[in-house]
Design a binder for this molecule. Structure first.
Ligand SMILES: NC(=O)c1ccc[n+]([C@@H]2O[C@H](COP(=O)([O-])OP(=O)(O)OC[C@H]3O[C@@H](n4cnc5c(N)ncnc54)[C@H](O)[C@@H]3O)[C@@H](O)[C@H]2O)c1
Length: 330
């Protein structure tokens, strides 16, 4: 295909992020935008200078006949969109978390696999140049303990602050670091997670209806022998940015410090190197996915649905562990 015809379902924050990359790809034609808030779809159409705006994703798919669909809707809105896309036999890119119900995500995964569809999930951190450097650096080294943290504030979108619509901070946000741990250290063997509320006063923080955990700590063991402690918190206010977030990888003969989406420091007894992130991993992620669709070869996609499903499962299980005290053994 000369130009890949792309349609975007969900034209909010992350939909616009992908749009900002796709609109600059000369081999992509943006053909359709769908959002129940029609003004968002119309805005995108106007910015693109192409395509049509819709409130209903079915009508958009039927009328614009895309080659591929980006699904950029909130966590609680998945299911019928993916089933419709799969029914049409279209490859799709979907944002994390792919669903709040593991069984739903697993069923979508199976149905997409049965049709051999190329899929991609928005675990953008896998595409960072500094992630590649970490992988190269730790290859062949012995890694024991890992500390990882995503500690920040409460995002502005209203659906974020309720467990029923976002899945909570682990499932919606720190899922990125859980996924990066899987990408770096392999499969999870056991999991326990403790979580708490009590710091965030919904009135004081201006977040009516808030019921997600304020903070949690998960202990994961990996088949590789690595033990990771992953902190998650959203009660920081007024600091800005994400202070202290990232990962420290303690190797036998080296230490890796990863500052979330910004840089790394690699230290051994006789070397100390720092690298800032250069390439925009979101562009790489979208370029990789579009190239996969063009060639029909999905092997370069770093987070296909079936792999992302394993990360989703671990994060959903964290919530269950917080609730019941259960230790999960995989
Ligand atoms: N990969 C990343 O780094 C990253 C970053 C931010 C958000 N996300 C994920 O992207 C998803 C969306 O987040 P957001 O920040 O863009 O939210 P948002 O609320 O800004 O945008 C979501 C849009 O989807 C629309 N929508 C809801 N149901 C729809 C439907 N049936 N058909 C079409 N549109 C529908 C909403 O009206 C809204 O405009 C979430 O799952 C979030 O976790 C990923």
């Amino acid at each position: 295909m000369d130009k890949v015809r792309v349609a975007i379902v969900g034209n909010g924050g992350i939909g616009n992020y992908h749009f900002s990359h796709l609109v600059n790809f000369s081999d992509v034609e943006l053909v359709g935008f769908a959002d129940p808030v029609t003004s968002k779809a119309v805005d995108m159409k106007e910015k693109a200078g192409s395509g049509e705006a819709y409130s209903d994703f079915r009508q958009m798919i039927d009328e614009t006949k895309p080659d591929v669909v980006y699904v950029c809707v909130p966590p609680y809105c998945h299911g019928e969109i993916e089933y419709y896309i799969i029914d049409k036999g279209l490859p799709f890119f979907v944002e994390k978390p792919m669903a709040l119900d593991y069984d739903l995500a697993e069923d979508i995964c199976e149905k997409a696999a049965a049709k051999n569809l190329i899929t991609g999930v928005g675990f953008q951190d896998r595409y960072q140049d500094i992630t590649d450097k970490i992988r190269e650096f730790i290859a062949g080294r012995k890694v024991g303990l890992v500390q990882a943290a995503w500690i920040g504030g409460i995002p502005g979108v209203a659906w974020w602050r309720r467990m029923g619509t976002s899945g909570g901070q682990i499932v919606e946000q720190n899922v990125h670091l859980f996924d990066m741990c899987r990408y770096l250290f392999g499969e999870v063997k056991t999991l326990y997670c403790a979580g708490q509320r009590g710091i965030v006063d919904p009135e004081e923080y201006g977040v009516p209806g808030y019921n997600v955990h304020d903070y949690s700590s998960a202990v994961l063991t990996f088949d590789s022998g690595v033990i990771a402690n992953i902190f998650t918190a959203c009660y920081n206010k007024g600091i800005g940015g994400i202070p202290g977030s990232g990962m420290t990888i303690n190797c036998a003969d080296a230490t890796v410090e990863y500052r979330l989406r910004s840089g790394i420091r690699l230290r051994t007894a006789d070397s100390d190197e720092q690298f800032a992130r250069q390439a925009d991993q979101g562009v790489t992620e979208d370029r990789t996915f579009i190239d996969a669709v063009k060639s029909g070869d999905g092997s370069a996609v770093r987070s296909p649905y079936a792999d992302a499903l394993k990360t989703l499962r671990v994060c959903i299980d964290c919530n269950e562990s917080i609730k019941t005290g259960k230790v999960f053994c995989y």
